[in-house]
Design a protein around this ligand. Structure first.
Ligand code: C5P
Length: 226
């Protein structure tokens, strides 16, 4: 059985990978996996249940039984958790911080592996996350690692949250982002790092369209024309 091709896009928060991955998937007409949303869903559910974020068996169980659905409405992805639209709640800073904590638990990560691999369906998949190329789809024919300076990433996130009407503070955002980077890169399981053979794109000085073009050309060269 030949599996559908996968493009993995990993990188730190604010590197623009979510936007690039969504638009690349749209342009290719492929499926899209927002793996961060799965960790956010586990975190959100844990917070709403008042679970202790260090209670590994309970979090693992929650990850295994998560009742969620992703609907693309042509513009945005609506995320449903037990038939409730949690798209906005998922992006809150409180959820982000909790997601980064639950994501450092090996049992939670393992519990989400099969769910993530199930997204690999024809005609293809663009997978966005931290360990898409290193752990979940190590055989992907194209692996991208998107990055940008911490300052540039904090500014992007600031604009994004502000645009959504959230009250945000840039210095605090930069501090939180650096703390999250540190935790994601130094954790024992699936630390954030470029996969072997990954193409690294530094978007500090690039527009979204330029990054998208570069990513698309790489897909053409490495997958479509092969
Ligand atoms: O990408 P996003 O910011 O939505 O991810 C939320 C959190 O989930 C990240 O801070 C990271 O800790 C974790 N994550 C992960 N592995 C992934 C995707 C996200 O550890 N593949």
């Amino acid at each position: 059985m030949s599996l559908a091709p996968v493009v993995t896009i990993d990188g730190p928060v604010g590197s623009g990978k979510g936007t690039i991955a969504t638009r690349l998937a749209q342009r290719l007409g492929w499926h899209f996996l927002d793996s961060g949303a799965l960790y956010r869903l586990v975190a959100l559910r844990a917070l709403s249940l008042g679970l202790d974020l260090s209670h590994e068996p309970a979090l693992r169980e929650l990850a295994l039984t998560l009742d969620c659905r992703f609907d693309f409405n042509g513009e945005d992805t609506i995320v449903w958790l037990e038939n409730e639209d949690v798209s906005r709640a998922l992006r809150r800073e409180e959820t982000s911080a909790a997601a980064s904590r639950v994501a450092s638990i090996a049992a939670v990560r393992e519990a989400l592996v099969a769910r993530q691999r199930a997204f690999q369906q024809p005609p293809g998949l663009v997978a966005d996350g931290r360990d898409m190329g290193t752990v979940i789809f190590p055989a992907a024919p194209l692996k991208l690692f998107l990055t940008a300076s911490a300052q540039a990433r904090a500014e992007r996130r600031y604009k994004q949250l502000k645009g959504k009407g959230e009250s945000v503070n840039l210095p605090r955002l930069l501090r939180d982002l650096q703390a999250r980077d540190e935790r994601d890169s130094s954790r024992a399981v699936a630390p954030l790092r470029p996969a072997t053979g990954a193409k690294i794109i530094d978007s500090t000085e690039m527009t979204v369209d330029q990054v998208l073009e570069e990513a698309y050309l790489l897909v053409e060269k490495n997958i479509l024309n092969n």
